[in-house]
Structure formats: C-alpha cells, structure tokens
Design a protein around this ligand. Structure first.
Ligand code: MSP
Length: 493
C-alpha cells in the first residue's frame, strides 16, 4: 500500500475573522504540500475550523446568535480565505460535522478502554481564550501569558486523562525521534517542560454545553482540545480504508503557542488508543503587525483576504515566505510588501520575463531555432549562471524547511540572468548579425526562466504556470507585465 503524504494545519477558531497568522500557516502548509506533490508524492492536505468550546459559545452570545448560527457564518470566511490564498487543501474539516463527532466519541471510549480515564474534581485557573487551565506559576503577573487576560477560577467535576502515565514514554519518544519537533529550539522547550511534573489532563467540562457529549454521561462535554486534535483523524477518514493510507500524518504544521498540545498531549492520546504518532510537528513563528502582536482590541489586525484583492495572492504568498525565515517571528507591513513586489517581483522576475519575451519576439518572431542549445555559448552560460544546480540547491533548502533560502537561491539565478543581459548586450549581437550566439543566449534565458518557474511553483503557483505557459505555448510574445509596479501611496507609507 502506497503511503500518502499527509499534511495538516491547525484548525482555526472561527470566533473572530481570519487574520494574517491563519493565512501564514496555510501558506506554509501549501508550499510544503505543493513541493511534495511536484516531487511525485501523493499528497493529502487538510485544514479546517475548531468550532466548539466555551470561547465560541461566548463570542456567539456576544453576537446575539446561537453557536450554530455563529459558526456557520464565521466558517464561511475561513473557506473563502483558503480559496483566496489558492490553498490546495483536499478537505476542510469542521468539528461540528457528524463524521467528526463520531471519531471524537470513539477516541474517548478508547481512552476509557485503555484504563486511562477517571472522574475527579478540578479546581484551577482557566483561560477561555486558550481553552486551557493554567498553574499559578505559569501566569505572568497573574495574567495568561498568551492573551494577557486574567484567567477565571473554575471548580468542576471532570474526567481526567492519565497524561502523567505517558510522561516517560513521551520523553523517550522525543529522544528516539530527534526530528519529531522542528525547529530544535522548540523541541528543547518541550524537553525542558517534560523535566517538570506533568499533571493529568481534564478532558471534560460541565459549565457549558457547546461541545461533543461524553459517551454515556452527557452532563459533560469533551474538552475542546481533545475534540480539536481528533480532527487530524476524522479529517483523514478515520477509521476507514483511506485513513490507513494516510495515517500517521507526515507533518502537523502549527504555531508555537500550541506546541504542548501537539507534541505532548496528542502523542499521549494516540499511544493510549494504540494509534501511531505523527512523524513531525513543524512549528512556525508568529506574524506581527508593525512590530506588535496582532490584537483586535488594539486594532492591530490585518485582513489577508483584502490584501489578496489589493496586491494579488502570489505577491502575498511570496512576501510571507521570503520575508520570514521559517520558525522565527516576522513582521508584516504593507510598505515592506510593496517594496518586495516592486523589487523582487516587478524588477527582477517580471522584468526578466518581459525582456526575454520582447527580445525573442523581436529577434526571432517568438520562435527560437531548434538547435539553439547546441551552441557552445549555451552550455557555457547555463553553468555560469547557475541554472543547472538551481533545483538541487533549492530542494536542499526545501527539505530543511528553509523556504526563504530556497527563494534566495532562485533569485540569485534570476539576478544573474538579468545581469548577463547587461553584459552580453543581445542587441549588439543582433546588430552584428551573430544570430547563432544570439539564439543560444536567448535559449539560456528561456531555460533559466523555466527552471525558475518550476522552483517558484510551490510559492506562487499561478505565476509559475503563467511563465511556463508564455514560454512554451506557440510563439513567445511580449505580454502584460507579470507584476505591475506599485506606487507607494500616503496611506501605506
Ligand atoms: N483551534 C486551535 C488549534 C487547534 S489544532 C488541533 C487554535 N486556533 S487559532 O485560530 O487560535 O490558531 C490557529 C493557528 O494559527 C495556530 O497554529 C496558531 O499558532 C496560529 N496563529 C495564531 N496567531 C498567529 C500569528 N499572529 N502568527 C502566526 N500564526 C499564528 O489555536
């Protein structure tokens, strides 16, 4: 049975509208998915929405809606986001779907059957935005370190999962699978936390209703994180035949704030159920805006859908992948986006295509002679400009999730090609009637653009397809600019 390459994103809380962080994560996952597909893998990629829990219930009531009405409307926006960003997800899982409820209840029963669930009382500090209990020592000045909000003191009867029982096993798993969590800095954070006591986990709640009932005890709803994590199973067709080809997931891509849930709690649940642990949890950093953490209350939120409309999807995809070294936090600003569009996309890439197409049309009526690559100049230039090794060096970066470096490799060759036009001066070759050399030179440039397009594809699929189309369909013509230059206006400066 051929294993399918299975990649997931976190599923988003549709409590508020999609923001740049959601967009960034989906783009990272999409780049990995498309690259693997190009390399011949059978890919299944999943994203979705996390629709239960107290947080959603609270937001729905603030909006004067039932939770069901509320998530119906909000989830639509996340689906639009995926479309706008040109994400090639194979499925979109919503935790309110019956296929998901079934899987979650099944997992709950499996945990019970393994003897890993007991009933007890829990008193603790709960942050509804995180949907998690905190220990006093983990708060910062009494506030949740992520949301800077005061957690509520809750006391309730709850089911516990014996997470403590898995502490040693998980530690060992980390040691035996040193690439399980990447980048290493994140792995080490988890290994450090594993040195402290790991407490059992509350896996049910009784103080609100919006969730999946505990089988046989519907006073309780299943804790939203157990519900949410199970999307990776239900969305892959658990427990059917398809699931067997997809599981274990090859990559769960997530933000750094939810790593504990993915790298400690999730593997423990899976081990308890007798299921394989995912191969990798890949952790990206946070996108800030204007140097600040995005926050609705401070008005620091950027709508990625509007940005796609304003600047184009590929430009946004390129910007985020080029500007933020994977794993680190990065900053979004419209000024920086415009700069990248004007320099890298309009000036470097767009200009190269424009010059190559214009000259091919002008000197060869759009069709280069068949034997153009046989000229000595061709092989000399191809190796000099770095076209031959480009895919291999970009691939090495992609394998290591160094996406910005992959783009850097591609741009080095694009820039070398642009410079070689200045140096070689094809217009002089034309004037002097050196047609063979001119044809060889143009062929080098066309081939460089084709190789660049191939490597650009995971990042900017439409742009790559457009370049390939213009250079391979019939005769090459001067076309519309790929990326028109953008004037910086007052409001974006
Ligand atoms: N619903 C949970 C995840 C459950 S997965 C089984 C959740 N949702 S979220 O909407 O708050 O976040 C979804 C993803 O977006 C997470 O991986 C989170 O880290 C990421 N981001 C949220 N804000 C972000 C930024 N500002 N920047 C980059 N990613 C960030 O957590």
């Amino acid at each position: 049975m051929k294993k399918i390459f299975y990649i997931t994103t976190a599923i988003d809380y549709p409590s508020a509208d999609p923001h740049m962080g959601h967009a960034y994560e989906k783009i990272c996952a999409d780049v990995i998915a498309r690259w693997n597909e190009k390399k011949g893998k059978d890919v299944f990629s999943l994203t979705g929405t996390d629709e239960h829990g107290q947080k959603i219930e609270n937001y729905a009531s603030k909006a004067g809606k039932t939770p069901k009405e509320f998530v119906e409307k909000q989830t639509g926006k996340f689906k639009i986001l995926c479309k706008k960003l040109n994400i090639r997800n194979d499925d979109f899982i919503r935790t309110t779907e019956p296929r998901h409820t079934k899987a979650v209840q099944d997992i709950f029963k499996k945990l019970e059957a393994a003897g890993d669930v007991y009933k007890g009382k829990y008193k603790g500090l709960y942050c509804t935005d995180c949907e998690a209990y905190y220990l006093e020592k983990d708060l910062e000045e009494g506030l949740c370190p992520t949301h800077k909000k005061k957690p509520n003191l809750l006391e309730e009867e709850t089911y516990f999962f014996k997470l403590s029982k898995y502490q040693k096993k998980i530690t060992k798993f980390f040691q035996q699978n040193p690439d399980f969590v990447e980048p290493a800095i994140r792995k080490n954070e988890m290994l450090n936390r594993l040195k402290d006591e790991v407490r059992d986990l509350c896996i049910s709640r009784t103080t609100f209703k919006w969730g999946i009932p505990v089988p046989g005890d519907d006073k309780h709803v299943i804790f939203v994180w157990v519900d949410a994590l199970t999307n990776y199973l239900s969305g892959a067709g658990y427990p059917g035949a398809e699931f067997k080809k997809r599981w274990p997931a090859d990559i769960h891509i997530i933000g750094k704030d939810i790593l504990w849930f993915h790298s400690i709690i999730w593997p423990s649940i899976l081990m308890s159920c007798g299921l394989d642990v995912p191969k990798k949890v890949l952790v990206h950093g946070f996108v800030n805006v204007g140097g600040q953490k995005m926050s609705k209350s401070k008005g620091v939120v950027i709508d990625p859908i509007a940005l796609c409309d304003k600047y184009g999807t590929d430009a946004l995809r390129y910007f985020l992948m080029r500007e933020i070294p994977f794993g680190e936090d990065g900053n979004f600003s419209e000024v920086a986006l415009i700069k990248r569009i004007n320099s890298d996309l309009a000036n470097d890439l767009g200009n190269l295509l424009h010059r190559v197409s214009t000259m091919t049309e002008k000197y060869f009526e759009g069709v280069l002679p068949k034997n153009a690559a046989k000229n000595k100049l061709y092989s000399h230039m191809v190796s000099q400009l770095g076209q031959k090794g480009l895919t291999a060096s970009a691939d090495r970066c992609m394998e290591a999730f160094r996406f910005n470096d992959a783009l850097d490799e591609i741009w080095k060759v694009i820039n070398a090609a642009n410079k070689s036009i200045e140096d070689t001066k094809p217009w002089i070759l034309s004037k002097e009637g050196k047609t063979d050399e001119l044809a060889a030179f143009m062929k080098v440039l066309v081939d460089i653009l084709m190789t660049a397009a191939e490597n650009i594809y995971p990042f900017m699929p439409d742009t790559a397809n457009e370049i390939t189309k213009r250079l391979t369909e019939g005769s090459i013509k001067k076309g519309k600019p790929l990326f028109p230059r953008i004037e910086e206006s007052e409001d974006t400066r």
